[in-house]
Design a protein around this ligand. Structure first.
Ligand SMILES: Cc1cc2nc3c(=O)[nH]c(=O)nc-3n(C[C@H](O)[C@H](O)[C@H](O)COP(=O)(O)OP(=O)(O)OC[C@H]3O[C@@H](n4cnc5c(N)ncnc54)[C@H](O)[C@@H]3O)c2cc1C
Length: 480
């Protein structure tokens, strides 16, 4: 404890995973002391195998490192600009993996553990925190991840409400709206119902003929599936049955469930009633992403692409995320957290990492980075500076704290699901922002999609640099 040499009182960070380690680093680099509470060493989780901080529980990949046209690559670049310890240790422990950033997992976790242990303003305590932070910890961050220990999870649930904490994610695939063929699909809500804030045309509908429906059901049943891990159990509850399990229960089950055609008229062919309909619902306020209603699945990713592109109108669909069903503790952030990741019901208490509803190592660490900066700013008497939504930081933060549209037509169902960073979370480009290849009158093939990604990536990095320059309160020259 004699490490604390600052005049500020400490910020407490609970959980020394990807998010907690990054949060602690950012706070300490801002000159504010940190106490990092990590339970491994005293109590393990079902997935972690070591006591190292920032252990990677599964793959050793941080995914694409392409900052010119890949959203996670842009996030890497923004984190490097912001002095991320996770990115620094990843870069130092890189192993060859083509365009991806993959790491030697042991070297990486040891490097993060060593950097944190050596920081004069960080103290690591190996202990399980069993309840919400005591009141005397006036600034704290909960970064306990998808496998938060049960006592703390119970305490979070008691504070936020039973519906606000989920233990599994049941994710339906999310599609980039501009890849849906609107010559085949049409906008309409079932029975043209105008719900609160709706227009009667809120859904995109894909029509299936009988033979298309039968082929689709056969493909679902035959498709490769992943199993649950031994410790996950089989969480079929709450109306979140995987679509292929429904298909196995009877050929007509889906037609009476998520694919029912009732109350819908094909705008392109009004006299012919579709045999079945797949509905997609707007997923983000920007209107760039749509989720496939009721299509949570355990199909393997490769099989999902093949099977879901059999649906008329989705032949060329690009998926912002594929479906899944996993053990995952996370809170309903859009209703519970403010823009700076603080629990609305309790000043000074922030959440970070996967428990906020982001998904992935890099995303978890980046939300830790932001929570750390926000907490340090607050400790120093400044207002947390929110990154612009045009940056990867801001786009992901916006998804977590407000960008997602909460479904109001399925009472009792939570629609917020964990998400990787992707360009569908970024605001559209200004008109005229795309420049055609020199001498060309128009874009060919995939040139336009690729130019769009490049323009979004370059806007993000430029806006991130400006945001960091304006907010040198933390890090400054030391971390840039
Ligand atoms: C089985 C599994 C596999 C995954 N595979 C991948 C993958 O391959 N690629 C990918 O990008 N993402 C993957 N993820 C998702 C996610 O990116 C990781 O879980 C990531 O580690 C999340 O970072 P985090 O910091 O939020 O949580 P974690 O890294 O899990 O860190 C949370 C920390 O909090 C500690 N803790 C928990 N409760 C307490 C408590 N009460 N008191 C004190 N400490 C506590 C834990 O011991 C842990 O060290 C996977 C998730 C799971 C569950």
């Amino acid at each position: 404890m004699n490490k604390l040499t600052s005049s500020y009182s400490p910020v407490h960070v609970i959980g020394g995973g990807l998010a907690g380690s990054e949060a602690a680093w950012q706070i300490a680099e801002a000159g504010v002391p940190v106490i990092l509470h990590e339970m491994r060493g005293v109590r393990g989780t079902d997935a972690h195998k070591t006591d190292s901080l920032a252990e990677l529980v599964c793959s050793n990949s941080f995914r694409s490192d392409d900052a010119t046209s890949n959203a996670v690559g842009v996030l890497h670049a923004e984190m490097r600009l912001a002095g991320s310890i996770i990115m620094r240790c990843a870069d130092l422990n890189q192993v060859p993996a083509g365009g991806a950033l993959a790491v030697d997992r042991e070297g990486f976790a040891e490097a993060v553990s060593a950097a944190i242990a050596a920081h004069p303003l960080i103290t690591v305590l190996r202990e399980e925190i069993r309840g919400l932070p005591p009141k005397e910890w006036d600034l704290a961050i909960i970064a306990t991840g998808p496998l938060t220990a049960p006592d703390l999870a119970d305490a979070i649930r008691a504070e936020t409400g039973a519906d606000a904490l989920a233990f599994f994610d049941a994710i339906a695939p999310i599609v980039h709206a501009d890849t849906i063929d609107m010559d085949i699909c049409w906008h309409q809500s079932r029975y043209d119902k105008v719900g609160p804030g709706g227009t009667g045309k809120d859904y995109i509908n894909c029509p299936l003929k009988q033979e298309e429906y039968n082929a689709f059901v056969d493909a679902l049943i035959a498709g490769d599936k992943t199993g649950f891990k031994e410790w996950e159990g089989t969480p079929y509850f709450d109306g979140c049955l995987p679509i292929e399990v429904m298909a196995e229960r009877g050929r007509e089950t889906l037609r009476h469930g998520p694919m029912k055609p009732m109350g819908l008229t094909n705008a392109h062919n009004p006299s012919v009633k579709p045999y079945a309909v797949v509905q997609l619902r707007q997923d983000n306020a920007l209107g760039t992403l749509y989720n496939m209603v009721g299509f949570q699945t355990k199909l393997k990713y490769g099989a999902q692409g093949e099977v879901f592109r059999m649906i008329p109108g989705l032949e060329k669909a690009e998926f912002a995320r594929l479906g899944g069903l996993h053990r995952n503790t996370y809170i309903n952030s859009p209703t519970l957290l403010d823009q700076s990741l603080t629990l609305k019901s309790r000043a000074g208490l922030r959440f970070a990492g996967q428990i906020t509803g982001c998904e992935g190592y890099v995303e978890s660490a980046s939300i830790g980075l932001l929570a750390g900066r926000f907490a340090a700013a607050e400790r120093k008497g400044a207002s947390p500076a929110i990154p612009p939504v045009t940056t990867a930081f801001g786009a992901l933060l916006n998804h977590i704290t407000g960008g997602h549209i909460v479904s109001d037509d399925e009472p009792g169902k939570r629609s917020f699901q964990p998400m990787n960073v992707n360009f569908g979370l970024f605001p559209p480009l200004d008109p005229g922002a795309l420049t055609r290849p020199e001498g060309a009158k128009r874009f060919r093939g995939k040139e336009k999609a690729s130019a769009k990604k490049q323009a979004m990536a370059s806007r993000a990095l430029s806006d991130c640099a400006t945001w960091l320059d304006k907010n040198l309160l933390i890090g400054g020259a030391a971390t840039r």
